[in-house]
Design a protein. Structure first.
Ligand code: ADP
Length: 274
């Protein structure tokens, strides 16, 4: 039950999960291989925080006459539980991206609903840090696509905004409709007052497994897959995700997606043309 021994045995989350994000969804064989490995890999990733929790709870029992040690171990248990929660969330997102064909399951999706789901996902971690969550401008906005995948994408952006911000700051989500030559777009911007991202890192954060600060990201259950998922979902829906950031001031991640009516028209005229 000694603190050092426990921390040495609490190995960091491996990057094995990285292998799960499919390189190219059109490669049927690759997907099949990923599916086969999925269960084995997931079990491995889940074992680490679960093992840590079990060791830490033993440590708590051994230290029952030392309130300070109990508090310390309990704090670590909370961290492990947080990691476990976001790991499970990331796995859900991954399986949504891998298993659903966005074109087949497309429907008009209310942006207000997506925002609500994304906010629900972050409410606990935001309130732990006294971060204010705010949203607006999403009334009457609809995008066309796979509800689960779109929710995963927006949820990741809001989760990151909370994770990479100091306490007592604000995270805002703003929606608006913008006219574009190819038809109207819906823009959803997630703004934080967090640590920001350097120009060099901005080039790389959308790559799979890329993390600016692996130690910090690990504390929050980060795997470096979140933004890769967001980018994949945006592209497969005919949209894009961009980032503006100033180091030490904050970041804004912007999702632009075809507006529902516009996207549906395009899909239908494409079908008639066949
Ligand atoms: P992770 O699971 O590590 O959060 P992501 O793919 O979601 O992985 O993000 C990749 C990296 O980009 C993060 O590790 C972090 O360094 C950086 N990042 C993402 N969002 C933000 C943000 N809102 N503010 C500052 N840095 C961010």
């Amino acid at each position: 039950g000694d603190a050092l021994a426990v921390s040495a045995r609490v190995a960091p989350l491996g990057s094995r999960l990285v292998l799960l994000l499919v390189e190219d969804l059109t490669e049927a064989r690759r997907i099949e291989a990923v599916r086969r490995d999925f269960v084995a890999n997931v079990s491995h990733e889940l074992k680490t925080p679960v093992g840590a929790l079990s060791l830490l709870s033993e440590a708590v029992m051994d230290a029952s006459d030392d309130p300070e040690a109990v508090e310390r171990f309990a704090g670590r248990m909370q961290n492990e539980a947080t990691r476990l929660t976001s790991l499970v969330q990331e796995l859900i997102d991954l399986s949504r991206v891998q298993n659903d064909d966005p074109l087949e399951d497309s429907e008009p999706v209310q942006v207000t609903e997506l925002v609500g789901e994304a906010l629900d996902r972050c409410r606990q971690s935001a309130s732990n840090k006294q971060i204010t969550l705010a949203s607006g401008g999403t009334e009457n906005l609809h995008v066309w696509g796979n509800r689960g995948q779109l929710a995963a994408a927006l949820g990741n952006l809001v989760e990151n905004a909370v994770n990479y911000s100091p306490a007592r700051t604000r995270v805002g989500i703003a929606g608006r409709r913008i006219a574009a030559p190819g038809g109207d777009l819906v823009e959803i911007a997630v703004t934080d007052q967090g640590i920001g991202i350097s120009a060099a890192d901005k080039e790389r954060i959308f790559e799979r497994f890329y993390r600016v600060d692996p130690a910090r990201s690990r504390d929050t259950g980060g795997t470096g897959l979140g933004l890769a998922i967001v980018k994949h979902v945006a592209a497969s829906h005919g949209g894009e995700v961009t980032v503006w950031s100033a180091e030490g001031q904050g970041s804004t991640f912007t999702l632009r997606l075809p507006e529902a009516g516009n996207a549906r028209e395009k899909a239908e005229s494409g079908r008639e043309g066949r």
